[in-house]
Design a protein around this ligand. Structure first.
Ligand SMILES: [Zn+2]
Length: 428
C-alpha cells in the first residue's frame, strides 16, 4: 500500500519548516521525502497549505488512571494520593484498567500523541488495550517495593518484558515505583534485572521537596537521584518521571539515555511548586510528560508544554523558553523510545500528524510553531494522524468507536464510585 501526501509543509524534529514536500509512505514506513512528481501511489492526498510533523509523545502516563479523571479535586498532594486516589486504586478491577487505558488511548490519539510511555501495574491488560487502539506504547511494569510482594511482581514484570519484546507497537521495560517506595536492595535487584533483560527503567524521582528531604534523612544525605545512581539506575535507559525538585548536584547523573518527563499541569494543580525544573531543565533531557488524567485531567502534551513555556517566561524571562526549544521537548520523546519514529525522513516509521492551521484559532499564519504552541487546540488543529502508515484519525474523525469506549469507561466509573474506597497499607 502506497500513500502519497503531496505538497505538504514539513515541520522537522528541530522545528524548521520545509515547504512543498511530497511524502511517500509505503506500508508502515516513509519511503521518500522531497519532490515526487512521477511517484505511483494507491492513494494521493493533497496537502497544500497543510503542515506535517512527527507525532507527539507523552513520556510519563498512568493510562488506566484516566478512569479517575475529576474524582479528586481541590486537594493537596498528600490527600490526593493517600485519601483519594490510592484507596480507590486498591479496589480497581481488570475491567477498570482496560477501559481506563482505552479511554486514555482514544484521548491521546485525538490529541496527536502517536507514542507514549506508561507506568502502571497489570501491564498485559494495558498492552492489549493499546494494541487494539493502534497506538505505540512503551510500558513499564510497575513494581511497588514497600507494600507489594516484590519477588512476585518482578517475576510478572520479567514475563511481561519477555512476552512483548520485538512487538511493533509495544516496547516493555521495568517500572520501579520510586526511590521512596523501593529500598536500595529492591532498586538494585530491579536494575540488575533490566540489565539482564536489556531493557530500560521508568521511575518517579524527586517529585516533591518532601521526598528529597526524607531521602536525605533516611540515606545519610543522599537525594533520590543519588540513591538511584548508587543502585545503577542510570546505567540503563531511564525515563525520570518529574524530577521537579532536582538538585544542581544531581545533574551530573544524566546520560544520553536518561530523559525527564515533565508535567507542569500536575505540578500546578497539586500545588507542588516550581522546584528547580525551570532552572535546570536544559540539562535534564526534557520530554513532554503528563502523569495521567487523575492529576492532569487531560492527556494533552501540547497543553503541558504551553504551560511549561508560559511558567518559564513568567517573571521577566519572556525572551527565554523559545519556540524551537519548546517544540524540541514535544518531539524529543522519540529519541528515548524504540519505535524508529520522530522524523519525517526516509526509513522512519510513518507516525505523523497533519495540521490544518487555516482555521480561525490559528489564522493568520506568520509562524507555524507559534500557531501550534500558543494558539491551537491539538484535537481540532490536527486533522489526520498516522501510526505505522495507518490512519488512526482521518479528516478530523477518530477511527475507533468513541461511543463504545466512553460508555464502558463511564460504566466502570459508576461502579468505582459505588464500590467506594478500600484501605491501603501504603503511604505516599
Ligand atoms: Zn507519575
Amino acid at each position: 500500500m502506497k500513500r502519497l501526501f503531496k505538497n505538504a509543509n514539513v515541520i522537522t524534529h528541530e522545528g524548521d519548516i520545509l515547504n512543498h514536500q511530497d511524502i511517500l509512505v509505503c506500508d508502515d514506513k516513509i519511503e521518500t521525502v522531497g519532490q515526487c512528481s512521477d511517484c505511483e501511489a494507491d492513494e494521493i492526498f493533497d496537502c497544500t497549505d497543510k503542515f506535517i510533523a512527527p507525532g507527539f509523545t507523552a513520556m510519563h502516563v498512568h493510562s488506566p488512571m484516566n478512569i479517575f479523571k475529576g474524582i479528586a479535586e481541590d486537594v493537596n498532594i498528600d490527600d490526593w494520593f493517600n485519601r483519594e486516589i490510592w484507596p480507590y486504586e486498591s479496589k480497581m478491577t481488570e475491567e477498570d484498567i482496560y477501559w481506563g487505558a482505552k479511554l486514555a488511548c482514544l484521548e491521546m490519539l485525538n490529541n496527536g500523541i502517536t507514542a507514549f510511555a506508561d507506568h502502571y501495574f497489570k501491564s498485559d491488560v494495558i498492552a492489549k488495550a493499546c494494541k487494539e487502539c493502534g497506538i505505540k506504547a512503551d510500558i513499564a511494569y510497575t513494581i511497588f517495593g514497600f507494600g507489594g510482594n516484590c519477588d512476585e511482581e518482578l517475576k510478572l514484570a520479567e514475563q511481561f518484558v519477555r512476552d512483548y519484546r520485538g512487538d511493533k507497537l509495544i516496547s516493555p521495560r521495568l517500572g520501579p515505583h520510586s526511590p521512596y517506595m523501593c529500598s536500595k536492595e529492591v532498586l538494585k535487584t530491579i536494575v540488575n534485572k533490566a540489565k539482564e533483560l536489556e531493557c530500560g527503567i521508568h521511575i518517579h524521582v524527586s517529585e516533591t521537596s518532601r521526598q528529597v528531604e526524607e531521602s536525605k534523612q533516611l540515606h545519610g544525605g543522599q537525594t533520590p537521584f543519588e540513591v538511584l545512581n548508587e543502585c545503577g539506575g542510570f546505567d540503563v535507559p531511564c525515563i525520570v518521571g518529574h524530577g521537579l525538585w532536582v538538585q544542581q548536584s544531581d545533574l551530573k547523573y544524566y546520560r544520553d539515555t536518561t530523559c525527564t518527563a515533565i508535567s507542569p499541569k500536575t505540578y500546578l494543580k497539586l500545588g507542588m511548586g516550581k522546584g528547580n525544573l525551570w532552572k535546570y531543565y536544559a540539562q535534564m533531557n526534557p520530554v513532554s510528560g503528563n502523569d495521567g488524567s487523575a492529576s492532569s485531567n487531560s492527556i494533552d502534551v501540547l497543553e503541558q508544554i504551553r504551560m511549561f513555556a508560559l511558567l518559564g517566561k513568567w517573571e521577566d524571562e519572556a525572551e527565554e523558553f523559545k519556540l524551537k526549544d519548546m517544540w524540541k521537548i514535544l518531539m524529543d520523546g522519540h529519541r528515548y523510545l524504540n519505535f524508529n519514529s520522530g522524523r519525517i525522513e526516509a526509513g522512519y516509521s510513518a507516525d505523523f500528524n497533519v495540521f490544518d492551521l487555516s482555521k480561525c484559532s490559528t489564522a493568520p499564519l506568520y509562524n507555524p510553531l507559534a500557531a501550534i504552541l500558543y494558539s491551537a487546540q491539538a484535537a481540532s488543529a490536527i486533522t489526520d494522524t498516522l501510526i505505522c502508515g495507518k490512519f488512526v484519525k482521518r479528516n478530523g474523525k477518530l477511527m475507533l468507536n468513541e461511543r463504545e469506549i466512553v460508555e464502558n469507561a463511564s460504566h466502570c466509573a459508576k461502579e468505582i464510585y459505588t464500590r467506594g474506597k478500600g484501605t491501603t497499607k501504603l503511604y505516599f
